[in-house]
Design a protein around this ligand. Sequence first.
Ligand code: HXC
Length: 510
Amino acid sequence: MQDILKELEDRRAEARLGGGQRRIDSQHKKGKLTARERLDVLLDEGSFEEYDMYKTHRCTDFGMADTKISGDGVVTGWGTINGRPTYVFSQDFTVFGGSLSETHAEKICKIMDLALQNGVPVIGLNDSGGARIQEGVASLGGYAEVFYRNVQASGVIPQISVIMGPCAGGAVYSPAMTDYIFMVKDTSYMFVTGPDVVKTVTNEVVTAEELGGASTHTKKSSVADGAFENDLEALLEIRRLFDFLPLSNEAEVPMLETNDPADRVEMSLDTIVPENPNQPYDMHEVIQKIADEGDFFEIQKDHAGNIICGYMRLNGSTVGVVANQPMVLAGCLDIDSAKKAGRFVRYCNAFNIPILTLVDVPGFLPGTVQEYGGIIKHGAKLLFAYAEATVPKVTVIVRKAYGGAYDVMASKHIRSDVNYAWPTAEIAVMGAKGATEILYREDLDNPTKIAERTKEYEDRFANPFIAAQRGFIDEVIMPHSTRRRVGRAFDLLKTKKVSSVPKKNDNIPL
Ligand code: HXC
């Protein structure tokens, strides 16, 4: 009996060594953790249950029959994060460069199937040289099996990808179909074709970092939702994000006990909006002052800074936040911000996360760059997303709500449930000066007259009461009471029920 137990221990030890000490050392030298060390950080201590530890590839080409390594380059199973379960896979770069073989893919597919069946999220830690070159089409088939499952799981269970090394070729498309992609600065990159192919085809000379590093994907392409300094920080932040998300589209939004009083008043909010309507202020400050314990997890913070998206808690319960940021492009909506927020709103809706919208928007960004880029179609994405969202929606107009952007930003008309405005709100078709210059074109060469007319327009429209008289605003609230008012609104909306028109799928302007 002792021999049998010993054999199990030996087999486990061998599998845990992956591609061997030399390759583990090389991984560490690059500043990276190994696949197993990463899981140790991500999951609660002692919670990891591993599956398929002894699985090996079936390839016999290119001398592969003699090079089988237990686990075949990916560690799979499930564990818990602060007590809540998640399935995980962690690619082991020390084994054939973490490349994906047919059996490697089977291991990932197994936990994805279980995750979907049990209504539990999947977190993938990616560190891979892509398709296992020795296996050819068997590997490509393996990828496609993963892709198919990504789509089946979309909107049913949260799927989170962390890119912690190379991720190239078609391999990028599995992360691309998950809900969130996070990268590690300097050690991870993603691209469809690498720098060498780019040079051959387009003659462009570019480094891997420039082409697909964390900075490129968080700032320029917006493929990634965030980047972290190193493996450790990335994994700890994923734990933080995980705590905000429900386990599935049928699970309750998670609750985290808080000592922050629901009726806490924030007097500083009464003076946060400057006297001068053209002067910016930081909307992050408003968000933090409303949130439980000021805790806010921001998504895509380095991209389209004119809109802020992320998660807070109110009375312990997760709320998705979408807020215009007057400090960037005066808070205008443009192509990037509409795409960013549209995707976020749809995610919240899919997972029953209520949405708080904080509005300070002077309109859509004008110009040829925007029009040629398709602002009509991209702006419509956000409008569409809000209008189709059936989760509880609460809107607070903080300052400007002009033109079409007023309609888009979770207005009453597209079925926001509760619409508040601060006394500083200005709800109008456009800014007073622009409006006056159109209405009184004949007075354009008379600045005094224009100033008078502008003042008249401001007095009439630069307030929330015209909209409140029509019931488009449910109440004008004191800024200092926003946390209490919004929290109470969401509490009552917990039992919200609306039915949607049956359809196969909608046709959001992609
Ligand atoms: C098999 C691979 C591999 C692969 C790396 N290795 N990539 N084995 N298939 N795709 C092995 C190496 O042979 C080496 O083995 C070990 O992993 C580490 O690789 P190194 O090259 O020494 O590491 P490094 O210098 O850090 O470079 C990493 C790398 C490079 C940039 C990822 O290995 C590389 O360019 N690999 C090929 C990438 C690629 O073209 N993949 C196919 C993409 S197309 P030893 O034994 O020496 O440790 C694709 C299509 C998917 O993925 C389509 C889905 C639809």
